[in-house]
Design a protein around this ligand. Structure first.
Ligand code: C2E
Ligand code: MG
Ligand code: MG
Ligand code: MG
Length: 291
């Protein structure tokens, strides 16, 4: 509600900003109910072998089925969950939901591929992620090899001795670790190797540069070479075009994930893809000449 300055103009009144603030407050206040009433749902996005298009794994992405606002994206509410301290409970729920789904797919006789869950830095600080993971695997009879963890690069930096120890314990369970959004933080590849990360997920900002400039390709190539030399596998995030895919094939990036391959989808649609196994035919796309 803005105040008129008496000359018919409004001061400090920005309707879009106040609407955004109201929405944030509404979401923040609804989080606890969302947990209690199980309004969260996981969607799944495939990752495929860059050369063959074979389904290798998938990422679980959280959505909030809000009773009045419809489907809310994680970017809208994860930060609120982090600042309000509810992220530990939501994170624990995500791990459990992923294991429930893996067990359900197994019951449907699917050849299940590993599912990665996103874990926020705050989750590590506020609870035992390793205990959550071990308990969920046990409770639902899921093999550790079918569950993976994604942590953003920035979450692992700074004074993080506790996180480092926790990551080692998680890895000791047989759970692979992914570095999410690589390139947006300030870590070096040698730091990541010391942390024994298994998979490097290159942020989609770098994938977007692939078709645009020679520098974009050179940069990506350097990441792939170093990651491989350090024993890590590389995933390109946000692959949106056939041209990007073709370049990534030439660069020998291991896996691709993005709208060009498949969008995040409900569990039922994922079951059909697990049966289909290949999401594209390789030869048609191998026409890019490295220059
Ligand atoms: P992220 O882990 O980097 O996940 C990838 C995001 O990029 C997802 O957005 C996905 O839908 C989107 N994406 C995939 N392919 C493409 C593409 O080709 N183009 C574009 N433009 N985008 C693409 P989403 O689902 O909105 O998730 C956003 C972020 O929210 C995630 O980024 C992750 O950091 C966080 N998040 C999602 N689920 C969870 C969760 O369960 N726990 C926590 N702590 N964070 C989560
Ligand atoms: Mg992720
Ligand atoms: Mg990412
Ligand atoms: Mg991201």
């Amino acid at each position: 509600s803005g105040k008129s300055d008496g000359k018919g103009r409004f001061k400090f009144f920005d309707p879009s900003l106040s609407a955004a603030l109201r929405l944030r407050a509404q979401l923040k206040h609804g989080l606890l109910t969302a947990i209690r009433e199980e309004q969260f749902v996981l969607h799944y996005q495939p990752r495929v072998d860059t050369r063959t298009g074979k389904l290798l794994s998938m990422e679980a992405l959280l959505r909030w089925r809000h009773p009045s606002l419809g489907m809310v994206a994680p970017g809208e509410f994860i930060p609120l969950a982090e600042s309000s301290g509810l992220i530990a409970r939501i994170g624990e729920m995500v791990i459990d939901m992923a294991c429930v789904q893996i067990a359900a797919w197994k019951n449907q006789h699917a050849v299940v591929v590993p599912v990665s869950v996103n874990v926020s830095a705050k989750q590590f600080l506020r609870g035992s992620v390793k205990q959550n993971l071990a308990a969920a695997l046990e409770r639902h009879g899921v093999a550790a090899a079918l569950l993976e963890v994604e942590i953003t690069e920035s979450a692992m930096m700074g004074d993080q001795d506790a996180i480092i120890a926790e990551l080692a314990a998680i890895r000791a369970l047989g759970i692979k670790l992914h570095v999410d959004d690589f390139g947006t933080g300030y870590s070096s590849l040698s730091q990541l190797q010391r942390l024994k990360m298994d998979v490097l997920k290159v942020d989609r900002a770098f994938t977007a540069e692939l078709g645009n400039s020679r520098e974009g390709k050179v940069f990506f190539q350097a990441i792939v070479s170093m990651a491989h030399a350090l024993g890590m596998s590389v995933v390109a995030e946000g692959v949106e075009t056939g041209e990007q895919l073709a370049i990534l094939q030439a660069l020998e990036c291991n896996e691709v994930q993005g709208y060009f391959i498949a969008r995040p989808m409900p569990a039922g649609d994922m079951l059909a893809l697990m049966e289909k196994r290949f999401l594209f035919k390789a030869p048609a796309l191998l026409d890019y000449q490295a220059s």
